[in-house]
Design a protein around this ligand. Structure first.
Ligand code: XMP
Length: 322
């Protein structure tokens, strides 16, 4: 496999990079149509704006609501892009994702189920329906490295794994950010005039809340981790960390409610200091903050009786739980 060229953020001429990629996208797509999926993350947001600059109406952007996003996320992302004059259509695909995830507890099988549902069932069909010949995707160099090294099964890396998307799914993929790492993508985002809240957003994984449910990803369990996520994100909003998250455990433990012993769920909080997500340390949070998040979660989510904080570094831990 050919080694991918890297453009380092510090050496990058943002204006030139943007102009070059706009031209590349225009030349590749010609008079045809392209589509892309926006998740609201930094990479897909930057690709969406770059693609619209290149193709205007000939790029159709979809937000695939997989049912495993955070509270209010689909509407919030679409509203942000509407303000920038970019129309985004929401596709409600939650039934298909939950059907594919039913009974699946193994982490890699979970990721695979999400990949297959996204590309084959939902996006593949959208491409065919839209008659698009190109798919724009926000793959970055770190995704390629981690997938090739076997650290992670990224959902957005095909060609690097020897899978031809044309044969497998029926369309060609353009990856204009593939020479960049996150800091470079943020620079491009700023250069494209995206709101800072978009390009400085905390990372959120492609498999969404399914990466934070240990065991089966059922609608009920997603609803539970979604509530805990909303509470913890609100409580931690002033914490200066690379990323924080709430995880739903598969094991349950005995707890107490109304003077009775109950067998309840456990939520684990993780909060990471990191530069590039390749290594990370748990943030030294105040105990007051930790106790307060535990109190809020157990008060507002009756099914949860126990909240813990992860004190392990990456490695051996990963940042997400799945
Ligand atoms: P891990 O859990 O591998 O996560 O230590 C490192 C960083 O990557 C994010 N992550 C993902 N991002 N698709 C993504 O777009 C994925 O499949 C995925 N898995 C993990 C994670 O949130 C963290 O920032």
């Amino acid at each position: 496999m050919a080694k991918m060229k890297e453009i380092k953020a510090k050496n990058m001429n943002v204006e030139k990079f943007i102009a070059g990629k706009v031209k590349d996208i225009q030349q590749a797509v010609g008079d045809g149509l392209a589509i892309n999926a926006l998740s609201g993350g930094v990479d897909s947001s930057v690709v969406t704006v770059l693609g619209h600059r290149a193709l205007g109406k000939n790029l159709k952007t979809y937000f695939i609501d997989n049912g495993i996003m955070r509270e209010g996320e689909p509407a919030r992302v679409v509203a942000t892009f509407k303000k920038m004059g970019i129309p985004v259509e929401i596709i409600d695909a939650s039934k298909a994702f939950f059907a594919a995830l039913k009974g699946v507890a193994d982490p890699e099988e979970k990721r695979e189920a999400i990949t297959q549902t996204f590309y084959k069932k939902i996006f593949g069909k959208l491409v065919v329906k839209s008659k698009a010949t190109y798919l724009l995707q926000g793959t970055i160099l770190t995704d390629v490295d981690e997938t090739v090294a076997g650290i992670k099964r990224q959902h957005n890396v095909f060609e690097q794994l020897g899978i031809d998307p044309q044969k497998a799914f029926g369309y060609k993929i353009l990856e204009p950010l593939i020479e960049l790492r996150k800091d470079g993508v943020r620079k491009v985002g700023r250069g494209l005039g995206l709101p800072e809240a978009v390009f400085e957003r905390m990372p959120f994984p492609g498999p969404a809340l399914a990466a934070r449910v240990i065991g089966e990803t059922s609608p009920d369990r997603i609803a539970l981790v979604r509530k805990a996520t909303a509470i913890m994100e609100k409580t931690f909003k002033d914490v200066d960390a690379f990323q924080y998250m709430a995880i739903l455990h598969e094991d349950r433990v005995t707890g107490m409610r109304d003077n009775k012993r109950v067998f309840g769920n456990q939520i684990e909080i993780r909060c990471w200091d990191s530069v590039d997500a390749r290594k990370a340390r748990p943030t030294r949070l105040s105990f007051d903050l930790l106790e307060s998040v535990a109190k809020k979660i157990t008060k507002n989510i009756p099914e949860v009786v126990s909240v813990t904080y992860n004190i392990t570094s990456k490695p051996t831990s990963t940042m997400e739980a799945v």
